[in-house]
Design a protein around this ligand. Structure first.
Ligand code: A3D
Length: 313
């Protein structure tokens, strides 16, 4: 069986880690594409990783390019092209710049990789994945956004730190848009099958929820220049792996909703099954009144950003 081909559009902080992970997991051959001004950098990253394959013991070809012809026929396309946040910026502050970049990328991907499973990471996430799909016109199951996997991973990590238990035994989900309005659901969080609500007092749970909502900003402040990149890279590769290996993992992703959760025509974070068919199913969870109100609030924030995208593309 021929190796799969993975195109990473954007070879910056996240793109570089993604390339390493794809190689280490032997998901396929990797092409890292960036703008001509940094073509040397992405060629260098690709060669650096290629030179690690012998000692690491993984087979994959890696290349860097600024020529879209090189991504032709990719099975998976992951987009990080764009500008990240600096301290003091919100994700929505990136919209003006990043919508232009997403437009350019989507036009190219539509021509070069019509059958690809596309994962968008560029912020503001929910509106950028909406814009990408609007331009490509790809089927909704083949275009999704990475945010919930990361937000959930953050939530699970904080729970495991608080209880000093293995993160493997913490299951959780986070709904909504990727921003301060996201909706972590402690009611559905379990630790080795035991509800979190039986293990921690409410004020500790509230603190974990609040930290999860601001986790990206916490990293932006600490780094001082740029945003989180290791955890977003790991999160997106988990989605790509589930697709390529037909694992059918249940992962919260920004998925296009057509009636699920009574939402129509927007991308929003919900639990989905990712397998060989891409986003194969949106899983609907019955929400409490309070959770529903929080989700509506998050949807309203996403709608505002989408309105801005619709004015531009
Ligand atoms: P960075 O290290 O700046 O990498 C972005 C790369 O995109 C740079 O190498 C740019 O040269 C490249 N680029 C810019 N324009 C184009 C273009 N037209 N075509 C191809 N490449 C281009 O940023 P990063 O990797 O840290 O972050 C990338 C994006 O992900 C940003 O928008 C972040 O806000 C976003 N991000 C999202 C999450 C989510 O959970 C959704 C988390 C972290 C970062």
């Amino acid at each position: 069986m021929a190796r799969k081909k993975i195109a990473l559009i954007g070879g910056g902080q996240i793109g570089g880690v993604q390339a390493l992970l794809c190689a280490q997991k032997e998901l396929g051959d990797v092409v890292v594409l960036d703008i001509p001004a940094v073509e040397g950098t992405v060629k260098g990253k690709a060669l650096d990783i290629a030179e690690s394959t012998a000692i690491g013991g993984y087979d994959a070809k890696l290349s860097g390019t600024s020529d879209y012809a090189d991504i032709e026929g990719s099975d998976v396309v992951i987009v990080t092209a764009g500008v990240p946040r600096k301290p003091g910026m919100s994700r929505d502050d990136l919209l003006d710049v990043n919508v232009k970049i997403i437009t350019d990328v989507a036009n190219q991907v539509r021509e070069r990789c019509p059958g690809a499973f596309c994962i968008i990471i560029t912020n503001p996430l929910d509106s950028m994945v909406y814009g990408f799909r609007k331009i490509t016109g790809f089927p909704k199951n083949m275009v999704c956004g990475m945010a919930g996997v990361l937000d959930t991973s953050r939530f699970r990590s904080f729970v495991s730190m608080e209880l000093d238990v293995s993160v493997e035994d913490v299951a959780a989900t986070v709904l909504g848009g990727h921003g301060p309005t996201m909706v972590p659901l402690p009611r559905l969080c379990t630790v080795g099958g035991i509800p979190l609500t039986e293990l921690l007092p409410q004020e500790k749970i509230d603190a974990i929820v609040a930290r999860t909502r601001e986790a990206g900003t916490e990293i932006v402040k600490l780094l001082g220049n740029g945003s989180a990149f290791f955890s977003p890279a790991v999160s997106s590769i988990a989605m790509a792996e589930s697709y390529l290996k037909d694992k059918k993992r249940v992962l919260p992703c920004a998925a296009y909703l057509e009636g699920e959760y009574d939402i129509n025509g927007y991308y929003l974070g919900v639990p989905v099954i990712i397998g060989a068919g891409g986003v194969e199913k949106v899983i609907e969870v019955k929400l409490t009144g309070e959770e529903r109100a929080l989700l509506d609030n998050s949807l309203n924030a996403v709608k505002k950003a989408v309105e801005e995208v619709d004015k531009r593309i």
